[in-house]
Every structure is written in C-alpha cells, then in structure tokens.
Design a protein. Structure first.
Length: 220
C-alpha cells in the first residue's frame, strides 16, 4: 500500500521546517525541504555570477543542475552537482538572493517537476511555500503553519544569535519583511494556504505541541 504524502507550507520563521523534520522522523518518512533546493540553485547562480534577471539563462541553469537531498542519520544533507553544500546554502548572501531564483517561472517549473517525482513514491513530508497549492495538490494531508510576524522575528533572532551571528532584532525584522513580501507577492507559486489545508498557528505553541497535533491529525 502506498504510504501517505504530507504537504506543509508556511512563512519563514513559522516553525514549519522543524515541525516537518520531526513529523517525518516520527513517521519514518522522507523529509523533503524544497526551500533548500531553491537555495542550492541560488548558491550556484551566485558562484558563476549569473545574471539573476535573465529568466532563460536561469531556466537552463536549473535544468543543467543536479540537486539531491540525502538523509544522513537524523539530518538532511543537500548536494549540489555532487558536492555537499548543506552549510553554504544558509549564508545571508544566499538568503538575500533566493527571491530572484524563486520568482523565475522556468526555475519553478523545473523544481516543481523534481518535487512531484519525489512525492510520487509516498511516505514523504514535503515542506515549502507552494506544496499544497501547486506541487502536490492531491497530498493526503496538508498543513499551513503560521505565527505572528513578531514571534517569527524573535525566533529567527534567537536562532541566529545562538549560532553566533552578529544580528539585531531590527535587522531581522527588516529582512523578514522583505522575505514575506517576495513570498506572498510572487506571481508564480506564491505562499498561499490551500483551501483544504489545516491551519495551525504556532504563536503560542511549543514545537512538540505542534508536532503532536500534526501527527494526531495525520492519523485521524
Ligand atoms: O524555506 P526556506 O526559507 O529555506 O526557503 C528559501 C526560499 O525559497 C524562500 O524565501 C522562498 C523560496 N521557496 C519557494 O519559493 N518555494 C518553495 N516551495 C520553498 C521555498
């Protein structure tokens, strides 16, 4: 019997990545981080100094690039053309430029095709912005994980500060606002709750609380 496929969408800082990872672990499912795929392509485009406004070039670049997600122990490793770039795709430079890659139609078509293939096998938790609306409209269960702007900014601030980065709350809020604007207003594949997605607001919930809630809804 084909195992279910779960779609999880939501804005940056909502906690969706942590939730998706833990839910996948608890179910023994594959965890598919689609944001990492856009980040990996952004890293490549920056490395080769591609023109980030040239849609045709970015499309060919996407089609000529191999991006793999490999589960290694409890964590996910991201490979770009055969090389591990798990850490390199999290730099501020990549984060600030991913919007140019993510808004490009030809890139999205290529990414969505790969993501659908990954989801087809079932037994997967796929996380992103357009999973329930575009990538897997027939997913067995869909979740939209949200939280207030302020709490998303605080979480991001604490995460970066704990990682040793020199950040301010003001700076984080400015970056988050820019990311939200590009995520919500993108012409193709914008962040949007699917009509049949279950909304979970994590503002006042702990991660464990959200994970338990998602698991019980999947099993229901
Ligand atoms: O989840 P993340 O913050 O690592 O994602 C990085 C960027 O990739 C995000 O700002 C928007 C883009 N993205 C997207 O356009 N579609 C997805 N399914 C996932 C991410």
């Amino acid at each position: 019997m084909r195992r279910p496929v779960i779609a999880i969408d939501g804005p940056a800082g909502s906690g969706k990545s942590t939730v998706a990872k833990l839910v996948a672990q608890r179910l023994g499912f594959l965890y598919i981080d689609t944001g990492a795929m856009y980040r990996a392509l952004t890293l490549k485009a920056l490395r080769i100094k591609a023109d980030l406004s040239d849609e045709a070039k970015l499309g060919s670049l996407a089609r000529a690039t191999e991006i793999e997600l490999k589960q290694s122990g409890g964590s996910l490793k991201i490979y770009l053309d055969g090389k591990d770039v798990t850490d390199q795709i999290r730099t501020p430079e990549v984060t600030n430029n991913v919007k140019y890659i993510a808004r490009t139609k030809a890139v999205r078509e290529c990414m969505v095709a790969i993501q659908r293939k990954l989801g087809e096998q079932g037994g997967a938790v796929m996380e992103g912005r357009d999973i329930g609306t575009v990538v897997l409209p027939n997913a067995d269960k869909k979740f939209y994980i949200d939280a207030s702007f302020d709490i998303r900014a605080v979480r991001r601030y604490e995460e970066l500060k704990d990682g040793g980065a020199a950040v301010t709350e003001e700076g984080i809020k400015k970056d988050l606002k820019v990311r939200d604007e590009s995520d919500f207003s993108r012409a193709i594949g914008p962040l949007k709750k699917a009509d049949d997605a279950i909304l979970i607001d994590t503002t006042d919930l702990t991660i464990e609380g959200v994970v338990d809630k998602v698991l019980s809804l999947i099993k229901a």
